[in-house]
Write a protein that binds this ligand. Structure first.
Ligand code: HEC
Ligand code: HEC
Length: 342
């Protein structure tokens, strides 16, 4: 019977489409009062929600324990423009943790994803070229449109500071305070591993049905009905696989932008043309612009195109709005002390 409740709400949303009166069901429809009461909130089978999982409390690696000393050092490095070749861009310049962990202005060819929850993803980068955040960030810093800072120069820049020499001794006693790409990566990795954003969605998944509003539940029903969860599922509602952009219908390349072949650039396999990491949808209401190229600023428009090009479905405005309302329930905040400017 629970399933029927969901079908009911979706039918109610679909009625907004106009054009042709909905066929009245004489057998199953309950008596409806003439004052048009609000549609009842849908309920969900545990089976339907099993594709999702709450955010873990901790995403620690056994070989990179999240000690307070290491996390504090990672934070200092994260905000330090001296890490870049020009000594002018910090990690925070492109992944602003005082805001949404991302940036509104794009500097390179690709859109900077939010750093919040990123360390938990199955891979790093839009093309999934990295696995562990500790390793990814070192290679990332060397990229010309990021920090242009090769390994040797990076280590030199950090080791030149007596304050860092002291902080590495405290954070890496087993390594005798060695300043290497390994320890720099571990400190930055430890910091980013702490930037998790638990939300009302996690409470809902843990069994608190009141954690989502009725409108958000209707949006979740629409999200499931549109099959968004075939790609956006798991702990991060994404960040668990790569998929072709335009799998149901070719994606239009945004005007004025060079074509980005995505994962093909990493593997040179034809099947990987236009394949990208499915991004997390946590905090997506706050991280405009969207997509690997930052080509889309409206979340509504993005949801509409996702349905058309990834699922082969046309969504009416009411459903799009419902889904965006649901996505709002995925908003959460990282620990305050970790995101205030040092
Ligand atoms: C000039 C802007 C810029 C700077 C500076 C920068 N990043 Fe990035 N970052 C990006 C862009 C753009 C991407 C996406 C790259 C891609 O997919 O090819 C990215 C991707 C990432 C990712 C992968 C996230 C994911 O969800 O896939 C992590 C982690 C990350 N950056 C951490 C850092 C850290 C740590 C620093 C400092 C050492 C840093 N970034 C400096 C722009 C920047
Ligand atoms: C076949 C897999 C697939 C399905 C199904 C799918 N998506 Fe996506 N989604 C992706 C991929 C891949 C990207 C990243 C594409 C890119 O950046 O070029 C993405 C990106 C997004 C983004 C942008 C996030 C950001 O941070 O840039 C949103 C929002 C989104 N999807 C919502 C949805 C919704 C809502 C649905 C259901 C209507 C849906 N998706 C269905 C694969 C999918």
């Amino acid at each position: 019977m629970r399933k029927l409740a969901i079908v009911g709400i979706l039918a109610a949303v679909a009625c907004d489409k106009g054009g042709g009166a909905p066929t009245p069901s004489t057998t199953t429809a309950p008596a409806v009062a003439s004052s048009a009461p609000a549609a009842p909130a849908p309920t969900f089978d545990p089976g339907q929600l099993a594709v999702f999982a709450p955010l873990p409390e901790k995403i620690e690696r056994p070989d990179n324990l999240l000690t307070p000393e290491k996390v504090a050092l990672g934070k200092t490095l994260y905000f330090d423009p001296k890490l870049s070749k020009g000594k002018d861009v910090s990690c925070n310049a492109c992944h602003d943790v005082t805001k949404n962990g991302a940036s509104e202005t794009q500097r390179g060819r690709r859109n900077a994803p939010t750093i919040f929850n990123a360390a938990g993803g199955f891979a790093q980068g839009w093309d999934a070229r990295g696995t562990l955040v500790e390793d990814f960030v070192i290679a990332h810093a060397a990229e010309p449109d990021v920090m242009s800072q090769g390994d040797k120069a990076l280590v030199q820049a950090v080791a030149a500071s007596p304050a860092y020499v002291a902080a590495f001794k405290k954070a890496f006693p087993d390594e005798k305070g060695a300043i290497t790409t390994d320890t720099i990566g571990k400190a930055l990795g430890a910091y980013t591993r702490k930037l998790l954003t638990p939300s009302r969605w996690d409470k809902f998944l843990a069994g608190d049905a009141s954690a989502l509003t009725d409108a958000e539940k209707a949006g979740l029903a629409a999200f499931l009905d549109a099959n968004c969860m075939t790609c956006h599922a798991g702990k991060y509602i994404g960040a668990a696989q790569t998929q072709k952009l335009g799998v149901a219908k070719p994606w239009p390349v945004a005007p004025g932008r060079a074509e980005d072949l995505g994962r093909f650039e990493v593997t040179k396999q034809d099947v990987d043309r236009h394949v990208f990491k499915v991004p997390t949808l946590r905090n997506v209401t706050k991280t405009s612009p969207y997509l690997h190229d930052g080509s889309m600023s409206s979340l509504e428009e993005n949801v509409k195109l996702m349905a058309r090009h990834q699922v082969g479905k046309e969504l009416d405005d009411a459903r799009v709005k419902a889904i965006v309302t649901f996505l709002g329930a995925l908003e959460g905040e990282p620990p305050k002390d970790l995101v205030t400017k040092p």
